[in-house]
Every structure is written in C-alpha cells, then in structure tokens.
Design a protein around this ligand. Structure first.
Ligand SMILES: [Zn+2]
Ligand SMILES: [Zn+2]
Length: 365
C-alpha cells in the first residue's frame, strides 16, 4: 500500500511567501522547460487530485539520464515517446533514476528500461519495496494486519472498504526486472555534473535525492515539496514504527544544504527557499502534535480513529481513510516516543491514547 503515494491528499498548507518560483511549469502535454543548462523539466499527467508528477531529464554525454517516470498509463507512455522524439536532440535515454518506489515515480520503470534500453538506478530499500508490494493485498488480510486497524478503533466493514479500494487500484505497475543500487553518499556523474545521493526516510524507506553542490541544485523527489506535505504513515507492516522522527531528521539533513539551492521537487513548482520550507514543515508537524494533545486534553483517552476524525475531517473516499489513519498513527507514535502521550490497550481490544500525565487503570505502557 505504500505505493499509493501522496496522490490523494488534499492540500493542507498555504503557499509560502518565503519561497520563490523562478519558472513557469511545463504543461502535462510533453512540453519541457530548461531549469539549468542541460536539465529539462517535464510533467506527466495523473488522473487524481494531485494531477501531475514532475520528471527531469539530464543531458548525460551522448545520451540522457531521466529522473522518475510517471504512472503506468498509456498517456504517460505517449508523453515519453513525445519527449524522446522532440526534446532529446536525437540522443538516447541511457539511464533512469527513480527517487523512490511509489508508483507515480517508478510506475513505468520496467517499460522505460525495455523501451529505451535504459539502466534503472535506485536504492535497495525502494527497489525491494516495489517487489514487496507487487500484486494486490491478500484477501482476507493477515490477522495481524486486521488487528492493527481494529486496535485503532475501526470496524471490519470499514477495513474491508479500504482494502477493496486498494485491490481495485488500476495503476499497479510491473516490477522492473533488475536495478543498479544507489546508496547514501554515492556520487553519480551525469554529464558535466557530479550528483551526491542524499537518502531520506519517513515517506518511503530509502528515498534518494540528488544534490549537485557546484551549481546548488537538489532533485528532491517527495522529500521536499513546496506546498503540500508528503505522506508519512505507519502501516500494519511495521506497526511500532516512528517514521515522523526519521522524516524530521531527514529534513534536517536537507537543511544543511545551501539555502540558495534550486529545488526540483516531484510535485508542484521548482523553487528556492529550502531552509524556509524545512522550517515550515517542522512547524506544520509541531502544530499537528499540539492539535492531537489539545484534543486528548478535551476528550480524555481516545482511539486513533477518533483522533483521525479530528485531524483529517475531510476524507473523500476509502483510500483517504487509509492514508489518514496511517498519518494519525504516525503522529501518535512520535508523541509516544517523545513521552508526551501514552497508549493503553483497553478491554475492548482498542488502543486508547492519553496524555502522559494522566493515570489510567490497567496501563500497559
Ligand atoms: Zn512518494
Ligand atoms: Zn510523489
């Protein structure tokens, strides 16, 4: 389910006055915009609330390296054909870098490898996440996964709805047959530039950003988006995870890069203002932590489902529920690890969360 990416999340943050957008984005029709010498920006359409993903094309000697793919759809394939025929000066795509395994980013990896005879580069964690999520979730769900949502306060029917939506997802891609591994700190030579691999965690297990220090350009993937927040979820596969801690630490690593860096994100517009954006994202999550604590002060011990309904009041369909639940539990995990709240397994089999200072009979943690 991690493949579902951030495509269905409504925008929750306003445009920041601190960010600068130096380019008009390309249309999703296969047009390109040059954002630096030898670096082209194109957009693939997506039939979702978030209606596009950015891909980047980097001149690489007598060929091109491209970053991310778009969804596994006929439309995206047609756009790639158009770009290859019109914008690459007759030179071949030799290499594909996927920042991470979500299917808006890697959905056409297998196709691009075959169609253009290109090598796929990505991290180990992301490549094997694609393999691990190949095929629909089992039906019925494994009992431990069902229990995860029951403990969160959901009912069987609601859980079934979410996973039926996931099983009906039309964009599940084929698994790319092989890859070349990228690791944190690796340097990729692409044309005249060296790109350092900067791995981030929290949104996906081993997300690769690429940073060119001499021209101060960051290909940021979903690790730093200008206006929306990336999904950071706890799922039943790793129910005790604290991904927001990893996410916030990863943001801090990016904040060590030069502030004037031109950020090439996977969604929305190319921007400058890296430090301001990292600060906004920290502030956003702190607000969410404070909101949950305020709700717990008001309600007393509450389930994840009750808290989700406050944190994400606008949920449009079953897939939104899945995302919202994962995000709420991620915030609750962070708060538990920070010692601000505790969790109790009640006699009805549901976890109830309460402020750390409050006593509850039968506490387990
Ligand atoms: Zn993603
Ligand atoms: Zn994405």
């Amino acid at each position: 389910m991690l493949d579902v990416a951030d495509a269905r999340k409504p925008e929750r943050l306003r445009a920041s006055a601190a960010l600068d957008y130096p380019f008009t984005p390309p249309a999703t029709d296969g047009s390109v915009v040059e954002v630096a010498p030898g670096i082209l920006w194109a957009r693939m359409p997506m039939p979702m609330a978030l209606d596009h993903i950015n891909v980047y094309l980097l001149r690489d000697g007598d060929g091109w390296t491209v970053v991310d793919t778009g969804l596994n759809t006929a439309t995206s394939r047609e756009r790639w054909e158009h770009i290859a025929a019109n914008h690459l000066q007759g030179l071949p795509i030799r290499r594909l870098v996927c920042t991470h395994g979500h299917y808006d980013h890697a959905g056409l990896a297998a196709w691009i490898m075959e169609r253009f005879d290109a090598t796929l580069c990505m991290s180990y964690g992301e490549y094997f996440m694609i393999r691990g999520f190949a095929g629909p979730p089992s039906n019925p769900l494994p009992p431990t996964q069902q229990a995860f949502y029951l403990r969160a306060g959901m009912q069987d029917a609601q859980i079934a709805q979410m996973f039926d939506a996931l099983r009906g997802d039309p964009f599940m891609p084929p698994v790319p047959p092989a890859y070349q591994r990228l690791r944190d700190g690796d340097v990729l030579r692409i044309g005249a530039r060296d790109w350092q691999v900067v791995v981030g965690e929290g949104h996906s297990p081993e997300h690769a950003c690429l940073y060119n220090a001499s021209d101060r350009i960051l290909i940021a993937g979903d690790q730093l988006l200008p206006r929306i927040t990336s999904n950071v979820l706890v799922t039943p596969i790793e129910p005790e995870a604290n991904p927001l801690q990893l996410w916030l630490a990863s943001l801090d690593r990016l904040a060590r890069l030069a502030d004037g860096t031109l950020v090439l994100p996977s969604h929305q517009n190319v921007f400058r203002g890296l430090h301001a954006r990292v600060a906004e994202l920290h502030a956003h999550h702190q607000q969410q932590f404070d909101l949950l604590c305020a709700v717990l002060t008001r309600l007393g011990p509450a389930t994840a489902l009750e808290l989700m309904q406050v944190q994400f009041p606008k949920r449009r369909h079953a897939m939104d529920e899945l995302m919202a639940m994962g995000e709420t539990i991620a915030h609750l995990s962070w708060l538990r690890h920070a010692g601000r709240i505790r969790r109790v397994l009640d006699e009805d089999g549901r976890y109830r969360f309460l402020l750390a200072g409050l006593k509850n009979i039968g506490d387990t943690q």
